[in-house]
Design a binder for this molecule. Structure first.
Ligand code: CA2
Length: 149
């Protein structure tokens, strides 16, 4: 069975609890539950983690090398700042699908650049919680293509 790591970056633990006018009322727990159900239907084995610490996320990416076929990653604000996360992804070689709840190209100018996209297989941005489900589906399709080659 495909093993996928889902990583949520900083402040996403506040989803649905703070600033609902920007990020909506859905909590991270709601999203995680939906992902677990989706993964079960699709026959994928997923593990979900969240961290507010850049170093911890880097560590999780390093450890993913051993255990996971792909990472579905919302790096949150680190998307726009972190060369260290970019380098970690490039170093481990585990395929990453970058996801964002909001459309980062529709917001402030500083959100339009992602250090992570340069080392990602692809980016899904702007579909709310569905961005994560689309990310899981993309990971599955990507990996099945890789196996066939
Ligand atoms: O749209 C996304 O998924 C983002 O990765 C979310 C980040 C933002 O910095 C990126 O530009 C786009 C922010 C996540 C913070 O989430 C909060 C949730 C509730 C209250 C405050 C922040």
């Amino acid at each position: 069975m495909l093993k996928i790591l889902v990583l949520h970056g900083p402040n996403l633990n506040l989803l649905g609890l703070r600033e609902p006018e920007i990020y909506g009322k859905t909590t991270l727990l709601d999203i995680n539950k939906e992902m677990m159900e989706f993964a079960k239907k699709e026959g994928m084995d997923i593990t979900i983690k969240q961290s507010n610490f850049e170093g911890e996320l880097i560590q999780m990416i390093h450890e993913a090398m051993e255990d996971y076929d792909a990472i579905v990653f919302n790096p949150a604000a680190f998307t726009h700042t972190s060369i260290a996360l970019r380098d970690a992804i490039a170093a481990v070689g585990v395929p990453v699908i970058e996801v964002h709840l909001s459309n980062i190209y529709k917001r402030e100018a500083f959100r339009r650049h992602s250090y992570i996209s340069e080392v990602s297989e692809g980016v899904i941005s702007g579909f709310g919680k569905d961005s994560y489900l689309l990310g899981l589906k993309a990971a599955k399709n990507l990996l099945s293509k890789k196996v066939k080659k």
